[in-house]
Design a protein around this ligand. Structure first.
Ligand SMILES: [Zn+2]
Ligand SMILES: [Zn+2]
Length: 279
């Protein structure tokens, strides 16, 4: 299973030399199964570059999932070029009870006067797929889901294939219960033994008290989760819009120091908008 990150920034795309290394594109994650199946989670601004890559490769079939529909997770959708190719077939999976009707939300975002092309005018074949059961299988990849602790709710995912696993929990506030969210222990169980946990780490602990209830975690909570769940590596994610590359380096260093205690120590890194993992 191959995991590629096309955007790791939270809230709003940012640009400038101070964001060079970690990147300014907002959430988009690509999972490729061993059989080449393409799974995409979220359509933040990073999905634009993914679309270009898929066109170069001639990929005509993919599955698209969403964690939730806040702007930073859908803003790239209208700029995903495969949508304008009639030979492309996209399965749009999700459960309305968890995240609302995604086709409806995307339809609202793509309508005058907000955007000149409507959702109905897209050339690709988009097939909504209601997935409300416990698990979903795509080729050899098993996908399970957990509710996020986040305003307006959302879904986190675990992808497993051939005994390897990656968990994607962005926009998840571990120290505050939002409607529909789960307990810390339930998130620990969901992440248990994962090879890679990608988790929201928008804040430093000292920044967090002013932002409590906004739907995001600080890196110490993410690190605690990684340690208790016994994951091999923690990938910090949903970088604060004002966190420069130097600020990100300091945050990662502090995460490593925080985790460096007796017992199991997960590796700590921060995702960039071009991170790749072969699991
Ligand atoms: Zn977000
Ligand atoms: Zn959000």
């Amino acid at each position: 299973m191959k995991v590629r990150c096309w955007g790791a920034r939270g809230s709003i795309p940012v640009s400038g030399p101070e964001y060079d290394r970690y990147g300014g594109d907002t959430p988009c994650l690509e999972i490729r199964g061993a059989d080449g199946q393409v799974l995409v989670v979220d359509a933040g601004s990073g999905i634009r570059r993914l679309g270009n890559q898929l066109q170069r490769e001639g990929v005509k079939r993919l599955t698209l999932l969403f964690t939730h529909s806040h702007w930073d997770h859908i803003i790239g959708f209208p700029f995903f070029k495969p949508l304008y190719d009639p030979s492309v077939h996209i399965t749009l999976g999700g459960c309305p009870a968890f995240q609302g009707e995604m086709t409806k939300v995307l339809g609202l975002a793509m309508r005058g006067p907000l955007f000149p092309v409507t959702f109905d005018q897209l050339a690709a074949r988009i097939e909504p797929f209601s997935w409300c059961e416990e698990e979903y299988r795509l080729g050899g990849v098993r996908i399970t889901r957990i509710a996020l602790s986040h305003p307006n709710m959302g879904a986190g995912y675990r992808f497993e294939e051939n005994g390897r696993s990656v968990v994607f929990l962005t926009d998840n506030e571990l120290s505050h219960h939002h409607h529909g969210g789960r307990s810390f222990e339930e998130y620990v169980a969901f992440c248990q033994g994962a090879d890679l946990l990608i988790h929201d780490a928008e804040y430093l602990p000292e920044e967090y008290p002013d932002k409590k209830g906004w739907g995001h975690s600080h890196y110490e909570d993410a690190a605690r989760l990684a340690k208790e769940a016994g994951v091999k590596a923690l990938g910090l994610y949903h970088h604060n819009q004002d966190r420069t590359d130097e600020g990100m380096d300091r945050l990662v260093e502090r995460c490593r120091v925080f985790l460096a205690s007796p017992g199991h120590v997960p590796e700590c890194l921060a995702l960039t908008q071009s991170s790749e993992f072969e699991l």
